[in-house]
Ligand binder design. Structure first.
Ligand SMILES: NC(=O)c1ccc[n+]([C@@H]2O[C@H](COP(=O)([O-])OP(=O)(O)OC[C@H]3O[C@@H](n4cnc5c(N)ncnc54)[C@H](O)[C@@H]3O)[C@@H](O)[C@H]2O)c1
Length: 258
């Protein structure tokens, strides 16, 4: 087996579409085994089948997982460890957003987004380390957002949840280092990337107008592609980044430089 992540065994949440699917395909193309876990099992199965068809062998697996449920995490990690023969990379990617400013947002939506975006990282990391310590070196990659570093007037829960993921990643990095584990933890902070997460905006304004509005906010003048994020995940999953832990990778087309 050859490739930049040959022999790595990666568990990716939210793998049924968007960034999770793109990261799964990119890691598999560079020699990793991948488990795509999603609340949408049919979608995860379809992505795993496409990866396996591309490689002519069983390198991708699909599992049902609601990342807010601790018992499901425990079962899914055990199943992935058995299917892949270990676990060395955890990508906490599943995430959602709900609109509404601080006065409009319902408490139910606040709790839902915090659950899916933050509790998931806590639960996944807590239960994955048991497996990952047996297959070092390891890498935990948490998909935050540029919205975790820069606030907006109308996305309090998305901002707060992604900021929590940012600092939680650093705490996990320090915990692993203190334990003497060769397991790193870093966060990725994308700006607008072309995935289904942008569909509500596209439905509201039309595709061209919506994407134009977003692109004008980015100094590079365009929204990102899923491969832009998959390439960063590939680097963090590989041993090329072996001295990088507790850090954040901003892939925002220059937004945070302003
Ligand atoms: N696309 C962007 O513009 C962008 C920008 C910054 C950060 N992000 C972050 O990147 C991550 C992936 O986003 P995306 O654009 O691919 O979104 P997406 O909506 O296309 O995909 C999200 C996936 O997560 C799954 N999911 C949702 N709730 C879940 C749950 N409770 N349990 C398990 N799976 C669940 C969905 O089924 C879906 O497959 C998210 O954390 C998002 O906040 C995205």
């Amino acid at each position: 087996m050859s490739g930049r992540v040959a022999g790595k065994k990666a568990f990716i949440t939210g793998g049924a579409q968007g960034l999770g699917a793109a990261m799964g395909a990119a890691l598999a193309a560079e020699g990793a085994k991948v488990t795509l876990a999603d609340i949408n099992l049919e979608g995860a199965k379809a992505q795993a089948a496409a990866i396996n068809a591309a490689h002519g062998s069983e390198v991708a697996f699909a599992l049902a997982l609601d990342v807010t449920q601790e018992d499901q995490w425990i079962a899914a990690l055990a199943a992935a460890d058995a299917a892949m023969g270990g676990l060395s990379v955890l990508i906490n990617n599943a995430g959602i957003s709900r609109s509404g400013d601080i006065e409009q947002l319902s408490y139910e939506d606040w709790k839902l987004v915090m659950d899916v975006n933050v509790d998931s990282v806590f639960l996944g990391t807590k239960h994955a380390l048991k497996y990952m310590r047996q297959h070092q070196p390891g890498s935990i990659i948490n998909i935050s957002s540029i919205a975790g570093l820069i606030a907006a007037h109308n996305s309090p829960v998305y901002n707060a949840s992604k900021a929590a993921v940012w600092l939680l990643s650093k705490g996990i990095a320090l915990h692993c280092a203190k334990q003497g584990l060769d397991i790193r933890s870093n966060s990725i902070h994308p700006t607008f990337i072309d995935t289904p997460i942008l569909d509500p905006l596209r439905q509201r304004f039309g595709k061209e107008v919506a994407e134009g509005k977003l692109a004008r906010q980015v100094p590079l003048g365009r929204i990102g592609a899923p491969s832009d994020i998959a390439n960063a995940a590939l680097y963090l999953a590989s041993d090329e980044s072996r001295f990088m832990t507790g850090a954040e990778l901003k892939l925002d087309g220059g937004i945070s430089a302003m």
